[in-house]
Design a protein around this ligand. Sequence first.
Ligand code: CA
Length: 424
Amino acid sequence: MTIDASHDPALQSWVESANAADTDFPIQNLPFGRFRPAGHDEWRIGVAIGDQVLDLRATGLTDHTDMNRLMALAPDERRALRRSLSAGLQWGSAQEKAWRAALFVASSVELGLPCRIGDYTDFYVGIHHATTVGTLFRPDNPLLPNYKWVPIGYHGRASTILASGQPFTRPRGQLKAADAAPRLALTQRLDFELELGLFIGRGNRLGEAIPITSAEEHLFGIALFNDWSARDMQAWEYQPLGPFLSKNFASTVSPWIVTMEALAPFRRPFVRPEGDPQPLPYLDSEANRHAGAIDIELEVRLQSRAMRESGIPAHCISRSNFADAAYWTAAQLVAHHTVNGCALTSGDLFGSGTLSGPRPDQAGSLLELTQAGKQTITLPGGEVRSFLEDGDSIALVGNCSRAGFRRIGFGRCEATVEPSPAMG
Ligand code: CA
């Protein structure tokens, strides 16, 4: 991951809003997503710049109209595209006049899923989350012995991954109280999970493992990801094969994929706590030890329907950081996923797992924040929550900052819980 002229913090854009100190999308970011202007059916590839979206095809830099194909570009082609976008959007660029016609106001277009999502794998890299949740479900045996050796994951469902802003309804399923027979009912313990979504760029051939030394060449970038969960359904169904209907009713992903290139200045060493086993050789490399972790600040905001109706802004209920929360790195996940020969494809999505920090107020789910409903959170306006109510919306936001570099952000990953329709 090299730092080049496209990361220069002094760069300014002729798109004025990209120079605002608090924008998520300065010229140093250049994330990719899909959009369509009002009245158009076809998705187009866009690049977020300030409060605008640049129509990539109209810049003449690429013939690609399919995001998944763009994501599968060779890494040097990807880096060349980033450099061309950076040059064209810079103050004083000769392309300004032509590219102005390729700009759309972001709030005026529809932002969709950033690509076609092939397969979805949900990892479990948040060790503080795994320990706290393990304590709630299995007080005598919180962290299972495989956790520090195997990047734990399972195959999720791609068809119910929703674009940010798309509402979903409260799911129903089997619930079982300790002293009663199971019954079919609406979940009473609806929760969010603060995660990141890692998108695969180039795939690999079936049977060919991706070594950790080239794992990051197969990652296109990262978006915000909320893996909604029904905790009462989960507790009853999850053994022995893991969660099923408690997770696959909806997950929400943010519209913009921040590329691995844009994240280059925000890397951190990967360190195992003292006394923990070192990763097996196929999960270890010098580059991974030196800079395998990524410093991403994350925040969860809740706004109830009553808050929305009385103009009370969304309330921050948790703050966390990817590098502090994660026991495994992105490169380790790619190497592990393919070590058995499993083929990945452009547009495959890895959920990181819930990214809770070490402190209780850094928890990435209500399950942890409320100790499985034993405590409540008080919202501005006086409402209390142990789990989510109908009309609640959850927004995830994230950003990277480091001295000597321009702050970049991830935009928003947001959705509202709607009441379930009556059963027919
Ligand atoms: Ca998850």
